[in-house]
Ligand binder design. Structure first.
Ligand code: ATP
Ligand code: MG
Ligand code: ZN
Ligand code: MG
Length: 465
């Protein structure tokens, strides 16, 4: 990419989250990720520019030195910091404005810092487009927290029975964030049981909210509708998928062929999620049982009497096992972390200069990673222990908020990296994205939010009729 010849016409709107906006290159398999700010902040341009200036390199370091060693080389692409001409960024911001969904327009794209992140376009398969293939399908899942907390600091029993995602659904519905409850439960997806994973993915398809997006040839073809009342079109999706599963069109003698297509599609996603990235090895991969606590969520719609069936536990090198392992660095729960956060705060009040040494706001380098890895398991009352646990908590929060990208396309004979399915055969790749550091300052908010979600859940589900 020649940075002095950047032309906004080579790029188009690709998507956005709460923190960043992404544009994709029209020819190359690349995207640019740009930060966003609350629109009222944009008045303080110098300050916001400086923020982005520091934040983008921080994001890359955090991915490179912290998340990548924890999640595995093969799944994480850290990308590189690029310095963009301000004129290009301003033109780009104007160009993409009309494509942006209304519910995201409370924030504006950063056009001040000229700093961006260049990443491979994970909705595409590298080199794939060079051949005359069908365009790749990409499934993006934001799985959220896949375990029930087990910390002795927990004061509300329901937190150990109903998962955070399922409780949060009720709160979001009450606050108008969504119009319908999602029946997706992360504990089913992370179970490693094909049956439960199938149900979880089916429920994501029925109510994707911001946990599921599907792309074809790099274009978004399925996601939650901007108008929260409208249901996404499963039938349209089936039409898109049909050519990828020609075999299933003849199944069931034409009865509900759409169902057969969706069924096979879900099987492909499941296999990719359970694969170790290199699927050519034979034999049963070793299973890990990470969850020490109850592995089932009482709010999940999965039938309880079927829980004993099937194969549980995730293959050790699978993307979900990796993510779950990092999520479980949060072993004290916010209720155990908040007092430690206050210990750190008190210490910093007395010794403000220590903030740098303790790497509260980074830099996110090997030393930071050492603190995360070598934090003692028992509280010795020190500020070092408190900082170590707070660092671990923040790392876990990142893993609870990341997304998995599964990109696949039909492949020719003897191509590598095939899913181990009878028919059809796919080339695929699995990656993890959105691995930004979560701010230290966010901990008091997390503490309040936790109380609100739990209290609201208890009131709404246990209130007398
Ligand atoms: P969130 O609100 O989930 O924290 P975010 O603001 O941090 O999101 P991302 O999730 O990184 O932003 O990016 C927003 C969207 O852009 C993603 O959901 C994904 O669809 C798309 N995207 C991001 N990075 C890539 C990539 N490398 N390749 C393809 N698409 C990408
Ligand atoms: Mg995201
Ligand atoms: Zn649940
Ligand atoms: Mg994010």
């Amino acid at each position: 990419m020649e940075l002095d010849k950047m032309d906004e016409n080579d790029w188009k709107y690709h998507g956005e989250g709460n923190k960043s906006l992404v544009v994709s290159h029209l020819q190359h398999c690349k995207v640019l990720r740009l930060l966003k700010f609350p629109s009222e902040d944009s008045a303080h341009t110098r300050q916001t520019a400086e923020q982005a200036f520091r934040h983008i390199p921080n994001i890359v370091d955090y991915s490179k030195y912290v998340m990548k060693p924890l999640l595995g080389e093969k799944y994480v692409h850290s990308g590189e910091v690029v310095k963009l001409p301000l004129d290009f960024v301003r033109q780009l911001s104007l160009k993409v404005q009309q494509e942006r969904p209304e519910l995201r327009c409370d924030k504006v794209m950063d056009t001040f810092s000229g700093c961006g992140l260049c990443l491979p376009n994970l909705t595409q398969l590298p080199l794939h487009h060079l051949r005359d293939h069908s365009p790749p399908i990409c499934v993006e899942i934001k799985p959220k927290c896949g375990f029930l907390p087990f910390s002795r600091h927990i004061t509300k029993e329901c937190k150990c029975k109903v998962c955070r995602f399922c409780m949060h659904q009720h709160y979001k519905l009450a606050n108008g964030k969504w119009k319908r409850l999602s029946r997706y439960c992360p504990l089913d997806l992370f179970s490693g049981s094909k049956q439960r994973m199938y149900v979880a993915l089916k429920n994501l398809l029925e109510e994707p909210q911001n946990n599921l997006k599907i792309f074809k040839g790099g274009e978004l073809i399925f996601s939650c509708k901007d108008d929260a009342k409208q249901q996404p079109e499963l039938n349209d999706l089936i039409q898109h998928l049909r050519p990828y599963f020609p075999h299933s069109n003849s199944l069931y003698n034409g009865h509900q062929p759409g169902k057969a297509v969706l069924n096979e599609f879900i099987q492909v996603i499941c296999s990719a999620l359970l694969s170790g990235g290199d699927s050519n090895r034979s034999g049963e991969p070793r299973k890990v049982h990470l969850s020490e606590s109850r592995p089932h969520c009482e709010a999940s719609p999965f039938p309880r009497d079927l829980l004993r069936n099937g194969n549980h536990g995730l293959p050790k090198d699978s993307v979900l096992a990796k993510i779950l392992q990092v999520q479980m660095l949060d072993n004290l729960d916010i209720e155990g972390i908040y007092p430690l956060y206050k210990r750190v705060e008190q210490y910093l009040e007395e010794f403000p200069r220590e903030r740098n040494r303790l790497q509260i706001d980074g830099p996110y380098n090997e030393t930071f990673m050492d603190t995360v890895k070598n934090c003692p398991s028992e509280d010795d009352g020190s500020v070092e222990y408190a900082v170590g646990k707070v660092h671990q908590y923040r790392v876990a929060m990142t893993a609870k908020d990341c997304s998995v990208m599964i990109t696949f396309a039909p492949c020719e004979e003897d191509e590598e990296h095939q899913l181990n399915l009878e028919k059809p055969r796919f080339t695929y790749s699995v990656s993890i994205l959105d691995l930004d550091p979560k701010p230290y300052e966010g901990i008091p908010h997390q503490n309040k939010l936790d109380t609100k979600i739990v209290n609201y859940y208890l009131r709404s589900t246990q209130a007398p009729p």
